[in-house]
Design a protein around this ligand. Structure first.
Ligand SMILES: Nc1nc2c(ncn2[C@@H]2O[C@H](COP(=O)(O)OP(=O)(O)OP(=O)(O)O)[C@@H](O)[C@H]2O)c(=O)[nH]1
Ligand SMILES: [Mg+2]
Length: 205
C-alpha cells in the first residue's frame, strides 16, 4: 500500500467559512458560531484513494484576519495544493481573492517553478443575499489560473468532498508528471508534521 502526504492550504478573508469547511470535511459537522482562527490550525484526513493508494491530507487553515500582515513563508513551504475561499454574500471577500492568489503564487511553487494547483470556492450558497454572480466568478477563475471553481455550502454539506477530490486529483496528476521528469525530487513535497490518525488538530501562531 502506497501512502502519499499532501500539504494543502486553505486561505481567504476572515469569516468566509474556511475553518467550518475543514471541520465539515474532516469531522462531518457544522457550527453556527464564529470563532476566529489565530495563526494557523492544522487538521489531518486520510483518504483511501484506491485499492493500493492512500492520501494523507495535511490541511493548513490559515487565519483570514491576517491578510494585511505579510504572510510568513513558512505557512506556504511544501504546500502541494490550495483552496482559496470567499463568501458569495460578501463582494469584498471575492475581491480579496486576487490578493490571496497572488500572494500564494509568489510564495509557493512546485519543484519546476510552476504555481501549485488551486481551486476557488464560493461558499455560503445556501444564503439568499448573494452578491457575486456565477459569471464574474467564472471569468475571475479563468483569468487567475485556478484549476476550477465551485459553489459550496458548508452548512448544507454541498460540494465539500467533490471540491477536495477535484483538487487531490489535480495534485496527483501534476506530481506524477513531475516525478517522471525528476525522479530524484519525488519527496520534495514531504512535510514534517507528524500525525497518526484520521482527524487530529493542532494549532500554532
Ligand atoms: N450560512 C452559512 N454560514 C456559514 C457557512 N460556512 C460557514 N458559515 C458561518 O460563517 C462564520 C465564519 O466561519 P469560519 O469557518 O469561522 O470562518 P473563517 O474563514 O475560518 O474565518 P477566520 O478564522 O477569521 O479566517 C461562522 O459563523 C460559520 O457558522 C455556510 O456554508 N453557510
Ligand atoms: Mg478560521
Amino acid at each position: 500500500m502506497n501512502e502519499q502526504l499532501m500539504k494543502i492550504l486553505i486561505i481567504g478573508d476572515g469569516n468566509v467559512g474556511k475553518s467550518s469547511f475543514v471541520h465539515r470535511y474532516v469531522n462531518g459537522q457544522f457550527n453556527k458560531t464564529y470563532k476566529m482562527t489565530v495563526g494557523v490550525d492544522f487538521s489531518v484526513k486520510l483518504l483511501h484513494w484506491s485499492d493500493n493508494k492512500k492520501v494523507r491530507l495535511q490541511l493548513w487553515d490559515v487565519a483570514g484576519q491576517e491578510r494585511f500582515i505579510s504572510m510568513t513563508r513558512i505557512y506556504y513551504k511544501g504546500a502541494l495544493g490550495c483552496v482559496v475561499m470567499f463568501d458569495v454574500t460578501s463582494s469584498s471577500s471575492f475581491l480579496s481573492c486576487r490578493q490571496w492568489k497572488q500572494d500564494l503564487d509568489n510564495k509557493a511553487m512546485l519543484s519546476n517553478g510552476n504555481t501549485i494547483p488551486c481551486v476557488l470556492l464560493a461558499n455560503k450558497c445556501d444564503l439568499s443575499q448573494r452578491v457575486v454572480s456565477a459569471d464574474s466568478i467564472d471569468r475571475f477563475s479563468k483569468a487567475n489560473g485556478f484549476i476550477t471553481w465551485m459553489e459550496i455550502s458548508v452548512k448544507e454539506n454541498k460540494n465539500i468532498g467533490e471540491a477536495m477530490r477535484r483538487l487531490v486529483e489535480e495534485i496527483l496528476s501534476v506530481q506524477s508528471s513531475l516525478d517522471q521528469l525528476h525522479p530524484a525530487l519525488q519527496d520534495s513535497g514531504n512535510s514534517t508534521l507528524d500525525s497518526e490518525c484520521n482527524s487530529k488538530s493542532a494549532r500554532c501562531c
